[in-house]
Design a protein. Structure first.
Length: 210
């Protein structure tokens, strides 16, 4: 069926992309392997896997939805990155709420990869260190925003940062208000602009207004 015979073309299918970049070079197999904990928590069934590719089916309440995850290692000028796509037959024109929900869960889980690869945990993930190391790193600066990132960047020059098992209970008020995807994008833009030299006061205004 085509538009020429008067039929309506099918709506575009849902497709969400997440790009993960490690701070140190990793080979393709290690990049794909880093997804294993996420695949397990998503309860996905892997149907194809190579050293540089992975595809899996995600469980869904709808038999017709067919949620799929594809992960591919791509070579960029700045090094290898991992591109993860969640897609389904759900119509994108309606916002694809079911597919977006699973993608947001993937983004939530991917925060742990960011912490592991880049040694840049968020302040609300909790930092456990000695008072001596805290003082050697210069302590936490009195900034209205980005004080945790500023501190961790100084801290990781002095000691390796590792993830501990277990969970830490914190407020999820902002994540619930904006949603996982919007919060993740907003945080990434704030970090980018901070690195470009934007005033922490202006960033704090944007953060509280977001």
């Amino acid at each position: 069926m085509t538009e020429q015979d008067g039929s309506t073309p099918p709506p575009p299918m849902a497709r969400f992309l997440l790009v993960l970049k490690p701070s140190t070079p990793l080979d393709a197999k290690a990049l794909i392997g880093a997804l294993d904990p996420l695949i397990e928590k998503l309860r996905a069934d892997v149907d194809h896997r190579t050293p540089a590719h992975l595809s899996a089916l995600l469980g869904s309440s709808s038999d017709n939805l067919r949620l799929q995850l594809f992960a591919d290692v791509q070579s960029k000028l700045e090094g290898r990155v991992l591109e993860v796509v969640v897609m389904s037959r759900e119509a994108m024109g309606r916002g694809a709420p079911l597919t977006r929900q699973r993608f947001e869960r993937l983004v939530e889980l991917a925060v742990s990869l960011r912490s592991r690869w880049r040694s840049l945990p968020y302040g609300d993930q909790g930092l456990l260190l000695s008072r001596t190391l805290h003082e050697r790193a210069g302590g936490i600066a009195p900034l209205p925003l980005m004080e945790d990132l500023d501190f961790v960047l100084r801290l990781r020059r002095l000691a390796p940062i590792q993830l501990l098992p277990g969970a830490l209970r914190v407020s999820d008020r902002r994540w619930r208000r904006l949603g996982v995807w919007q919060t993740t994008v907003a945080n990434a833009r704030l970090r980018r602009d901070w690195r470009r030299g934007e005033s922490p006061d202006r960033l704090a205004q944007r953060y509280r207004g977001g």
